[in-house]
Design a protein around this ligand. Structure first.
Ligand SMILES: *[C@@H]1O[C@H](CO)[C@@H](O)[C@H](O)[C@H]1NC(C)=O
Ligand SMILES: *[C@@H]1O[C@H](CO)[C@@H](O)[C@H](O)[C@H]1NC(C)=O
Ligand SMILES: *[C@@H]1O[C@H](CO)[C@@H](O)[C@H](O)[C@H]1NC(C)=O
Ligand SMILES: *[C@@H]1O[C@H](CO)[C@@H](O)[C@H](O)[C@H]1NC(C)=O
Ligand SMILES: *[C@@H]1O[C@H](CO)[C@@H](O)[C@H](O)[C@H]1NC(C)=O
Ligand SMILES: *[C@@H]1O[C@H](CO)[C@@H](O)[C@H](O)[C@H]1NC(C)=O
Ligand SMILES: *[C@@H]1O[C@H](CO)[C@@H](O)[C@H](O)[C@H]1NC(C)=O
Ligand SMILES: *[C@@H]1O[C@H](CO)[C@@H](O)[C@H](O)[C@H]1NC(C)=O
Ligand SMILES: *[C@@H]1O[C@H](CO)[C@@H](O)[C@H](O)[C@H]1NC(C)=O
Ligand SMILES: [Fe+2]
Length: 464
C-alpha cells in the first residue's frame, strides 16, 4: 500500500514543503482525488472482531488515573456475565504480581442494554516502566501492556498524538493505523468518539464496535478524553434525558485528582506537559463551576515543573470553515484572556471535520462599546489547532470562508492526525499527517517555541 504511493508521495512532499515554507495564511493546494462521503465499517468487519472465549474482555482501554502518571484506569467490557473486576499487573522487574479491584457499571439506552463495563484503577506505578496487565480473571483472560511516563519534569521529552472526531469508517481505520505508526505514546483525544448518535435511536451497538476498533491502540497507551457534542446523547423523544450517559459509563477520567467536580473538565501532568481538558458542553460562564475550577487551576501550573501548558477542548475558538463557524465564540470570550495571561502554548480542538492551524493571535480587548474586535498577532497567545479530521461518517468540512483570514496559518480539508514531539523546555515539534500520504509524510509542520521559556516569535521559523 505504501509502495504504490511512493511517486505521488514524493511529488506531494515537494509541493507541500513549498506551501509550508511560505508561512502565513495558506490554504493547502492539495486536492483530494476523491471527496467521497466516508462509510462506516460493517458490523462484521475485522476491525470490530469480538475476542474469542467465554466472557472474554473486549473494548479494553486505558487512561491516566492520577495527576502525575503513576496510576492508570483500566477499562473493559464483558458480555456473558459480570465476571471479575480484578486487574493483575506486574513489571519486568517486579518480584510479585499485584492486583487491584474496581467497579462494574451497566446502563440502558432506549431499547439497548450495555454489557458489564469494568473500571479498575491501578496505582503506585513506577515511572518509565513497562507494565503488563491481565483482565478477565476467572473466565477468559487477556493480557496487554503499557509504559508509564517519566517522572514529571522540566526537560522531559515526550510525544503526544492528537486525534479528534474519529468515528468508525474505513478512513477512521486509516487514521488510527497511521497514528499507530507514529511515535506517539499518549493520545490527546479531542472529542466525538463513536458517532453512534448518527444511527436510529443512537444505536449503542456502535459504541461497542468503536470500543473494539480502538482497543488496538487504547489498550496499550492512555487516551486522554475530551467530551464532544456526539457524546451528549440527549434525546427526550426516545426518553433519554441524562446527558453523556453512554460516554460517562464507558470512559472515565481522573477528574478528582485535579479537584474538578465534573468528569468533563480536569487536568493531568505527564512528562513535561500540564494538560488542561475543558468541556465545551458544560457551563463555562463566569459564575459556573468550570470557570471556578479553571481560574484556580491556572495559577497552580508550575512551569518549572511542567514547562508546556496544553489545553484540549472540542469546539475550536479560531475556525475559518463555515462548518461550526463562531461556535467557539462564547467560550473564547470567557477564557481567552486567561490563556494569554498564563501563556498557554497550544490549544487542540476538534469538531470541524478538517485541519486548521492558527497564528499566535488573541482577540480579547472587545468590551461591546470600544469596537476593538479583530484578532491581532500576540506572541503571548497560544497556537490553535483543529484536528477534527479523524474520518467519521459525516464527511469532510470543505467549505472555507474566503479570503482566508489572517489568523489562519494553514487549513486543509483532509483526514489525518497530529503529533506533538516535546524535545525540552524550549522546543516542541508539531506535525500534521494527512492520510492520503501514508504515515511518514508531514503535510503541516513547525517548531513550537515554549511561551514561558522561549517566548520568541515562532511563526516564521524555517523548517529544517
Ligand atoms: C504473574 O502473572 C502472570 C500472568 O498470569 C504469570 O505468567 C506470572 O508467572 C506471574 N508472576 C508471578 C511472580 O507470580
Ligand atoms: C431497538 O428498536 C429498533 C427499532 O425501533 C429495532 O430495530 C432494534 O432491533 C431494537 N433493538 C433491540 C436490542 O431490541
Ligand atoms: C467467571 O469468573 C467469575 C469471577 O471470577 C466467576 O465467579 C465465575 O464462576 C466464572 N464463570 C465461569 C462460567 O467460570
Ligand atoms: C483496518 O486496519 C487494519 C490495520 O491496518 C487492517 O488490518 C484491517 O484490515 C482494516 N480493516 C478494515 C475494515 O479496513
Ligand atoms: C520515530 O522515532 C524514530 C527514532 O527517533 C525516528 O527514526 C522515526 O522517524 C520516527 N517516526 C516517525 C513516524 O516520526
Ligand atoms: C515548582 O516546581 C519546582 C520543580 O519541581 C519546585 O522546585 C518549586 O518549588 C515549585 N514551585 C512552587 C511554587 O510550587
Ligand atoms: C471599553 O473600552 C473603552 C476603550 O478601551 C473604554 O474607554 C471604556 O471605558 C470601556 N468600557 C467599559 C464598560 O469598560
Ligand atoms: C459555503 O457556505 C456558505 C454559507 O453557508 C454558502 O453561502 C455557500 O453556498 C457554501 N458554498 C458551498 C460551495 O457549499
Ligand atoms: C532543545 O531542543 C531543540 C530542538 O531539538 C534544540 O535545538 C535545543 O538545543 C535544545 N535545547 C537544549 C538546552 O538542549
Ligand atoms: Fe463535534
Amino acid at each position: 500500500m505504501k509502495m504504490g504511493y511512493s511517486s505521488s508521495v514524493a511529488l506531494l512532499a515537494l509541493l507541500m514543503s513549498i506551501v509550508v515554507l511560505c508561512n502565513g495564511g495558506k490554504t493547502s493546494t492539495y486536492v483530494r482525488n476523491l471527496i467521497e462521503k466516508p462509510v462506516d465499517m460493517p458490523l462484521d468487519s475485522d476491525a470490530f472482531a469480538i475476542p474469542p472465549g467465554y466472557n472474554a474482555p473486549q473494548q479494553v482501554h486505558i487512561t491516566q488515573g492520577d495527576l502525575v502518571g503513576q496510576a492508570m484506569i483500566i477499562s473493559w467490557v464483558t458480555v456473558d456475565e459480570p465476571g471479575s473486576n480484578e486487574v493483575i499487573y506486574w513489571s519486568d522487574s517486579s518480584l510479585q504480581n499485584f492486583t487491584a479491584e474496581g467497579q462494574v457499571f451497566t446502563y440502558t439506552y432506549y431499547n439497548y442494554t450495555s454489557g458489564f463495563i469494568h473500571h479498575t484503577t491501578i496505582t503506585n506505578l513506577e515511572f518509565n516502566t513497562k507494565y503488563y496487565y491481565e483482565v478477565g480473571i476467572g473466565n477468559t483472560t487477556r493480557q496487554f501492556w503499557f509504559i508509564t511516563p517519566p517522572e514529571v519534569g522540566l526537560d522531559v521529552p515526550y510525544t503526544f498524538g492528537i486525534i479528534g472526531d474519529l468515528g468508525q469508517t474505513f478512513d477512521s481505520n486509516t487514521t488510527l493505523t497511521h497514528y499507530q505508526n507514529s511515535n506517539g505514546t499518549t493520545l490527546l483525544y479531542v472529542g466525538d468518539l463513536s458517532y453512534a448518535d448518527d444511527y436510529p435511536n443512537h444505536d449503542n451497538v456502535r459504541w461497542d464496535t468503536w470500543g473494539r476498533f480502538t482497543e488496538r491502540s487504547a489498550a496499550y497507551q492512555p487516551w486522554i478524553w475530551t467530551a464532544g457534542n456526539h457524546e451528549i446523547d440527549f434525546d427526550p423523544q426516545i426518553g433519554e434525558t441524562q446527558p453523556f450517559k453512554p460516554f460517562s459509563n464507558r470512559y472515565h477520567t481522573p477528574y478528582e485528582a485535579s479537584q474538578s467536580t465534573e468528569p468533563y473538565y480536569y487536568s493531568i501532568k505527564r512528562g513535561s506537559a500540564h494538560i488542561i481538558v475543558l468541556a465545551s458542553y458544560s457551563a463555562y460562564g463566569t459564575s459556573t463551576l468550570q470557570y471556578k475550577w479553571l481560574t484556580s487551576e491556572l495559577p497552580k501550573v508550575n512551569r518549572t515543573e511542567t514547562s508546556w501548558l496544553i489545553v484540549l477542548m472540542h469546539a475550536p475558538w479560531y475556525n475559518s470553515y463555515y462548518n461550526h463557524y463562531m461556535e467557539g465564540e462564547p467560550m473564547r470570550v470567557v477564557f481567552e484572556s486567561l490563556f494569554v495571561k498564563y501563556k498557554v502554548d497550544v490549544v487542540f480542538a476538534g469538531h470541524v471535520h478538517a485541519y486548521e492551524r492558527s497564528e499566535r493571535v488573541s482577540n480579547d480587548k472587545y468590551n461591546i462599546t470600544n469596537g476593538i474586535c479583530t484578532p491581532v498577532k500576540d506572541i503571548s497567545a497560544p497556537v490553535y489547532i483543529t484536528n477534527g479530521d479523524g474520518g467519521n461518517l459525516e464527511g469532510l468540512a470543505t467549505n472555507m470562508t474566503q479570503p482566508q483570514p489572517s489568523y489562519s496559518a494553514y487549513r486543509e480539508a483532509s483526514f489525518g492526525h497530529g503529533t506533538l514531539d516535546i524535545k525540552n523546555r524550549t522546543h516542541a515539534y508539531y506535525s500534521w499527517n494527512r492520510n492520503q500520504d501514508g504515515y511518514a509524510v508531514e503535510a503541516d509542520k513547525l517548531w513550537l517555541f515554549n511561551r514561558y521559556w522561549n517566548p520568541l516569535d515562532d511563526s516564521t521559523t524555517p523548517i529544517p
